[in-house]
Design a protein around this ligand. Structure first.
Ligand SMILES: Nc1ncnc2c1ncn2[C@@H]1O[C@H](COP(=O)(O)OP(=O)(O)OP(=O)(O)O)[C@@H](O)[C@H]1O
Length: 417
């Protein structure tokens, strides 16, 4: 028989602690006249027996501080410096509080410490480390704080670097159809910002592989300015069991519920679901997790946008996942006009060559077009990439055709017959 309050994960690590706590709170050996305060940042992992009425029954959630709270925390951590005139006159705590959206109290303390270390660093002479510091001239300036903000980033904040990695080639004008999707998605962002009645908005970007779905979703995340933007992709879950994957996905949603405005990007949903066309096989538990999360409303006062991307829309349709999204946009491959726009933007062809190059480029994905240009830019000798990137030379059309021939697969050729 399992002991009281044990976790069912087989590790048994918490069993004795939970049992002791339960005995002390209301068992035979219970303590009287004691106010018990427990603290955790993962309430979901606690044994339910501990949280029942009569035990740890009053639950208070301490959220990330708002602007006013951040100002007070900054004032507390800088008061000693101010008293001892170590704080330069240009430091505006009000402005720092405004710029530290999503920072926790501990992270704000870290910012202050980091700013102090920048100020101290200025005074230390690298030639003679034993030289005593001139304490009167140590001043922590606003610049020190701004540098510190780059060093200490909020744990729950937007992972902009991850998002930037999703659009390595940047964003160029891909024509009206891509522009339209971007505009519509930004309208959804606005809707989430001001909405009172619909706290959860979901949007699916579907289209062929390489058509720019992930890059579009990442761009929306970056441009939205929402404090919490996270991308869930199969990349970070290689080799994990279905259970661990579900737990990771749920954790990202739980974290997002702590922020007033959040965006979650579910990248390549079919990869998350471990789909293979031959078989077919997929993870039902991940599918059920996604279905529940896509319909679960965030807590009161919290608004969320979920953007999914997929190149297997038929498969998602059959699982009912498409229906769980409120809107679906089709991200197309580029037609000749779109490809011309992209090549003009990249300016890698002479005006005369541009039209001839575009003639061969119907129905190509933006990702493939980038690869094609990059390969052609190497030149037949393999040395001209730098000159083409800096605009001194242009791509040789014949070499471009050769590369195009190389990268079009047999399947492409059959389709074009
Ligand atoms: N306007 C644009 N829209 C989308 N992507 C663009 C645009 N301009 C340039 N790009 C570039 O095109 C590439 C698109 O690749 P991306 O990975 O987003 O495609 P995908 O549809 O998600 O592919 P997959 O289905 O294989 O995941 C990115 O490198 C991005 O920087």
């Amino acid at each position: 028989m399992q002991s009281r309050g044990s976790t069912r994960d087989g590790t048994g690590v918490h069993d004795s602690i939970v049992n002791q706590l339960l005995t002390k709170i209301d068992g035979v050996e219970s303590l009287n006249n004691v106010l018990l305060i427990g603290m955790t940042n993962r309430k979901d992992l606690l044994d339910e027996a501990l949280l029942r009425p009569g035990r740890l029954e009053v639950h208070v959630e301490i959220n990330l501080p708002d602007e006013n709270g951040r100002l007070q925390i900054l004032q507390i951590h800088t008061s000693k410096m101010k008293e001892n005139s170590f704080l330069a006159a240009d430091v505006s705590l009000q402005e720092l509080a405004a710029r530290t959206k999503n920072y926790s109290g501990a992270e704000l303390e870290g910012v202050v410490k980091s700013a102090v270390s920048f100020a101290l660093n200025r005074q230390i002479s690298m030639d003679d480390l034993t030289k005593p510091l001139d304490e009167d001239s140590i001043k922590v300036t606003m610049d020190d704080f701004l540098h510190a903000l780059h060093e200490i980033v909020p744990a729950f904040g937007a992972s902009t670097d991850d998002l930037e990695r999703c659009r390595l080639n940047g964003i160029v004008d891909c024509g009206k159809r891509h522009m339209h999707i971007h505009e519509r998605a930004m309208l959804l962002v606005e809707q989430v910002k001001v909405s009172q009645g619909s706290p959860l908005v979901t949007c699916l970007l579907e289209g062929p592989s390489g058509s720019g779905k992930t890059a579009t979703a990442a761009t929306i995340g970056i441009e939205s300015d929402f404090p919490f933007v996270k991308i869930i992709s199969a990349e970070t879950m290689i080799g994990l069991s279905e259970g661990s994957k579900c737990a990771q996905i749920v954790k990202v949603f739980e974290d997002a519920y702590k922020s007033q405005l959040s965006i979650i990007i579910l990248d390549d949903i079919e990869r998350l679901l471990e789909y293979v066309a031959v078989g077919p096989r997929f993870s039902n538990s991940i599918s059920q997790t996604l279905l529940v999360l896509l319909k679960r409303l965030p807590p009161k006062g919290k608004n969320m946008l979920v953007i999914g991307t997929t190149s297997e829309v038929g498969f998602l349709e059959s699982l009912g996942i498409c229906d769980a999204f409120s809107v679906t946009y089709h991200v197309p491959r580029l037609n000749r006009d779109d490809a011309k726009k992209v090549l003009q933007g990249l300016s890698v062809f002479t005006e005369d060559d541009l039209d001839s190059a575009v003639e061969e480029l119907n129905d190509i994905s933006i990702k493939k077009l980038y690869m094609l240009v990059e390969m052609a830019a190497q030149g037949s000798e393999g040395k001209s990439a730098e000159a083409i990137r800096s605009g001194k030379e242009k791509i040789d059309l014949n070499h471009f055709y050769d590369i195009l021939q190389d990268i079009s697969t047999d399947r492409d050729r059959l389709l074009s017959l």
